[in-house]
Write a protein that binds this ligand. Structure first.
Ligand SMILES: [Zn+2]
Length: 1063
């Protein structure tokens, strides 16, 4: 139950008016807002029933009724004897002293809730012992105990509404949370310095909490690299974890497709969990409530299997939480590990207080982010901005909940001298009066979940007490101001994070970089001579002088700062002299607060307007107005976000590949367009000329000495003597089982009869209605297929054979069934495309184009080194169709024949890997702009679409389930290995990435990269266009990439593993 945004807006307007007209007190206003923020059921229901257009009056009445009811409940609660609900700390401390004691001591004096919690914990312990599989209970009794146990855990972890209004949450776990930043020995309460030490202690807590936001911004800066790799990202995640909760490592179990896998950050590996272990993990998980955070006590071994699989034994502390992954419905058990026992870091307490103060969802959100990022980044190319946006969100939510650490910290420090009570409060008039009456000092920490500290023996008439009190109040105000600032900054930053055509640098008043809105593009770096190494942030502060090498920018900044100091103007100033970049100086209350430099690549005017609008919003004091303004701004730019995340994905991708050293030596290099590859080579060779490079290549060790060289030319292949087999057209008919031809799962590898394979080709054509619609000649088709099979199979290629041709045909047929494809592609083009799939590799030599060119083959000569294989496949097909006995398309008109020929040639030429990136880039940029220039209106669009279909279908084997995908991978690698050997024999340059593919770990690594960089983006783009029609392939591909990674790790030779660890 969640009211709509319009309900919220109406609610805030009505409540503000009620308060302005004194019908409700400010405390009642904040009670209402607080209850709505934490989505209290009654108020949500009330809001849903009483709001909407013209219902302001009704809502006002309902709100007043609601408040009256609340008041009654508070009175009733107060009349009850044990009405004050204490935090569980007392329980925890008592337990720490006497962990095995069963009855709660002094139960009459102890608050009821605490006593109940102790009982519940102990009862749960007893239950667990009996549910344990070694127990002798009969299954029926055991079942009942399990039910009882889960009921208890449900009761104790969910928000327990003790008397109708309490937002207090019970804690369910045996953790003993204690702040220990100041040891009690250090502080003797008789010591005169104790006040000073307490004041200092509180100040330190404040400083440490402030470092959450700065640390988070550093995490953000680390992400701002255009060529960010998976390894960088993984380091950034660990850094984030350290910054936020001071944890060292994490482990997660993930349950998908009925199997459990475990990921460990300590060595960044993902492994399968054996079925037996998985069963025990599942059993143990039954006792763990979702979103509730548990601390594992290494001595107690409560979850032996989970602990063993996580290897928790090496860690001082481990906390776990269970949740479902939002997007994918995977069940996840997430574990955080702390290596040492150091408790001085207050940020560690986040986890311990999460259940108690009800921010376990925020902690889970961090865990979700880590899991999702790891599993996403492992399988796909990523844009750092996508993660930066989420890092901002996480940082701000941790800043918000750090309030509770402040409360706990202050309490801990004060408890050295005073008796301190902590209480959940409501800011009602009566509450405040009641607190005033009592003889103690209260400090209220306002929040949607407010807390009051009651310091019993603090005497404000005593000067020292008074001073300390002032310190606390000041720290609290400073902290509130800081959190507000963080919110403002975060909103500001997030806007720029989502703006593609500008680049923002934010500096503090010391001139140190604190924020960068996106990775700096190469062109900007060059144009303005900008130096920025994000990794430097880990060791040093980066100043504007380090970043801008161009004097004009530095002097511009310095002159402006000088002006500000002299003029003392209370506003943002901007330098408009240079339209390419602007400098904004931040001056608040006559105080210089730092400056911002924005580079505009486009749309400077629009951005400036946004900037000014944002600044005005930030200056208003009305929180509500501000929130609304931010909301509309947010909505306004929301649409842009998706576009920006994906805009020119492939183009960026190419740039990124360009920067990656490994690429030139991997199979991916094959796919990089010629001109870009030569750029890479050029750069890599420090500006040596191509001629010089060629000479160097001759001298390289892998070139076989000339005397061993054979004469190279056409006769390098062993031709397989294959008889032309007779195909019986009478057997051409559609079988019942052919319905599987309409599914992606169809697997050609299970067929061994060639008659059956031919029949399947016929069946696909028949099922599409082409046989009758275009009057296809069955006799000629039979002949055609007989010749086609022979031409495909004559070299005994393990991959590029008749099976592959049929598989590509079937996959094209599958894709063309989807609604979006039918919307654009007419019957004739569909038939032409399906037949292109069948014929696209006919007469393949089992070697790559590079080989064909380097070996000076006939084909390369004939086609001038330009797509020799693809031109040959297309030409062979057309040549065959010229033979009247094979031309099954002989009923087509002259125009139709021409059109068929054109579609066939275009499609087959698109299967050259050299045009992969161009095709993907062109297709992406064409489908982006669906509003102003709808897709599919001309021949060019359709050429791109069918090209995409054939090129994607060419990788159908890889997109099948891993068991099948692996077979296709092994087949193609067999061809590659054979090529490498042959290159050696012929004395032509041996393609480096084809080396050692017979070694499993090398092949696995090559496949991982190939699928992640080439195959998946292709399927992903087409799947987006087809509205999710190809989702199964994406799931399969993700699984395949992870499976190859597991194989890689499992087969990595010992020496290489050691080498990697040393690095
Ligand atoms: Zn192919």
């Amino acid at each position: 139950m969640d009211p709509q945004l319009s309900h919220y807006t109406q609610f805030f307007i009505v409540v503000t008016n009620l308060c302005k007209t004194n019908q409700i007190t400010p405390e009642q206003k904040s009670l209402l807002k607080g209850n709505l923020t934490r989505k209290e059921e009654k108020i949500c229901r009330m809001l849903m029933q009483n709001s909407g257009p013209g219902k302001e009056m009704q809502l006002r009445e309902a709100l007043l009724d609601y408040l009256a009811a609340q008041n009654k409940q508070i009175q009733r609660r107060r009349s009850h004897k044990s009405k004050t609900v204490h935090f569980m700390k007392d329980v925890a401390e008592q337990q720490e002293k006497q962990p095995e004691v069963v009855p709660p001591q002094e139960s009459s004096a102890q608050p009821l809730a605490s006593a109940a919690a102790v009982m519940i914990e102990q009862l749960t312990g007893v239950l667990h012992k009996h549910i344990d599989k070694h127990s002798l209970l009969v299954p029926e009794d055991k079942e009942k105990l399990i039910q009882l146990s889960s009921l208890i855990s449900k009761l104790t972890t969910e928000q327990v509404d003790l008397d109708g209004v309490s937002p207090f949450r019970f804690r369910y776990s045996s953790e003993n949370s204690r702040l220990a930043e100041i040891s009690e020995k250090d502080l003797d309460s008789s010591d005169e310095d104790v006040y000073e030490k307490m004041a200092k202690g509180i100040d330190e807590i404040y400083k440490e909490l402030k470092s959450i936001f700065t640390g988070n911004l550093h995490t953000h800066l680390l992400l701002m690299q255009e060529d960010i790799s998976y390894e960088n990202l993984y380091q950034v995640l660990k850094f984030l974890l350290k910054i936020l909760v001071d944890a060292d490592e994490f482990t997660f179990f993930i349950h998908r497709d009925k199997e459990w896998e475990v990921y460990q950050s300590s060595n960044d590996s993902i492994k399968d969990v054996t079925p037996e272990e998985a069963q025990r993990v599942t059993d143990e998980l039954a006792y763990i409530r979702p979103f509730c955070i548990y601390r594992i006590d290494p001595k107690q071994r409560q979850y032996p299997q989970i602990e063993d699989t996580c290897k928790t034994i090496g860690y001082a502390q481990t906390s776990i939480v269970k949740f479902q992954l939002q997007l994918k419905n995977y069940e996840v058990l997430f574990c955080l590990h702390w290596a040492d026992k150091d408790k001085k870091n207050i940020k560690r307490k986040f986890i311990n207080y999460a259940n108690m103060y009800g921010f376990n969802k925020d902690v889970t959100h961090l865990a979700q982010f880590l899991v999702e990022t790891i599993i996403t980044a492992k399988v796909q190319f990523f844009n750092p901005l996508r993660f930066a946006d989420q890092v901002q969100d996480i940082g701000i939510s941790f800043m918000r909940i750090s309030r509770f650490l402040l409360v706990e910290g202050i309490e801990k420090v004060l408890s050295i001298k005073y008796e301190v009570d902590k209480e959940q409060t409501f800011s009602t008039d009566e509450n405040i009066r009641r607190l005033k009456e009592a003889s103690c000092v209260k400090i209220e920490l306002k929040d949607s979940n407010p807390v009051t500290l009651r310091i019993k023996d603090m005497d404000l008439k005593n000067e020292q007490d008074q001073h300390l009190y002032q310190v606390i109040i000041q720290i609290q105000e400073k902290y509130d101001g800081y959190v507000k600032l963080c919110y403002e900054k975060s909103a500001f930053y997030k806007y720029f994070l989502r703006t593609t055509d500008s680049l923002l640098f934010d500096f503090n008043k010391q001139g140190e970089l604190i924020f960068l809105s996106r990775p700096i593009s190469k062109s900007l770096k060059e144009r303005y001579n900008i130096n920025f190494d994000p990794k430097a942030i880990l060791y040093n502060k980066i100043s504007y002088q380090d970043i801008f090498a161009q004097n004009s920018i530095i002097s511009n900044i310095e002159v402006n700062i000088q002006n500000i100091h002299e003029n003392r103007r209370n506003q943002y100033l901007s330098n408009l002299e240079n339209p390419q970049f602007e400098i904004f100086l931040k001056v608040v209350d006559n105080d210089f607060k730092g400056f911002t430099v924005i580079f505009h690549e486009n749309e400077a005017r629009r951005l400036k307007q946004y900037f000014m609008a944002l600044k005005i919003d930030n200056m208003t004091n009305d929180v509500q107005k501000e929130a609304e303004a931010n909301k509309s701004l947010e909505e306004d730019i929301q649409k842009q976000i998706l576009i920006q995340y994906n805009k020119h994905q492939t183009f960026k991708f190419l740039n990124q590949l360009d920067e990656t050293q490994d690429v030139a030596n991997s199979m991916i290099a094959l796919f990089i367009p010629e001109n870009e590859l030569s750029q890479i080579r050029h750069r890599k060779t420090d500006g040596r000329s191509p001629e010089q490079q060629n000479k160097d290549m001759q001298n390289d060790q892998w070139i076989i000495p000339p005397q061993k060289q054979k004469k190279i030319g056409s006769s390098v292949y062993v031709k397989c003597q294959l008889q032309l087999e007779t195909v019986d057209a009478n057997q051409f008919k559609v079988n019942e089982s052919d319905s599987q031809l309409d599914l992606f799962e169809f697997n050609i590898l299970v067929l061994d009869s060639s008659q059956e394979k031919h029949r399947i080709v016929y069946s696909i054509l028949e099922k599409n209605g082409f046989i009758s619609q275009y009057n296809l000649n069955k006799q000629c088709l039979a002949q055609f297929l007989s010749v086609l099979q022979k031409k495909y199979n004559r070299r005994n290629n393990s991959f590029h054979n008749y099976d592959h041709g049929i598989a590509v045909m079937q996959s094209s047929h599958f894709m063309l069934q989807c609604g979006k494809a039918k919307q654009f592609i007419d019957d004739f083009r569909r038939m032409s495309t399906i037949i292109s799939g069948l014929c696209h590799d006919v007469s393949h030599t089992g070697r790559t184009n590079i080989f064909m060119i380097n070996s000076q083959s006939k084909l390369a000569t004939r086609y001038h080194d330009s797509s020799p294989l693809e031109q040959h496949h297309a030409a062979t097909t057309i040549f065959m169709l010229k033979d009247p006995s094979l031309n099954f398309l002989n009923s087509l008109s002259k125009e139709q024949t021409q059109q068929f020929r054109r579609v066939l040639i275009d499609n087959i030429l698109y299967t050259d890997i050299k045009v992969h990136f161009t095709l993907l880039k062109d297709f992406e940029s064409r489908i982006k702009d669906e509003v102003t220039k709808p897709f599919g209106t001309g021949d060019d669009d359709l050429k791109l679409l069918t090209g995409m279909i054939i090129h994607t279908a060419d990788f159908n084997g890889g997109a099948k389930v891993f068991e099948i995908s692996r077979i296709w991978s092994e087949r193609v690698n067999k061809e590659f290995s054979a090529q490498y050997d042959e290159e050696g024999r012929l004395g032509i340059p041996q393609t480096p990435f084809l080396k050692d593919l017979d070694k499993l770990h090398i092949m696995a690594k090559s496949e991982m990269g190939f699928f992640k960089v080439i195959v998946r983006p292709l399927w992903f783009t087409l799947n987006t266009f087809f509205d999710g029609f190809l989702q199964q392939s994406i799931t399969n591909l993700d699984n395949t990439i992870i499976s190859w990674e597991k194989i890689y790790h499992a087969n990595l030779p010992k020496e290489e593993r050691q080498q990697q660890q040393q690095q």
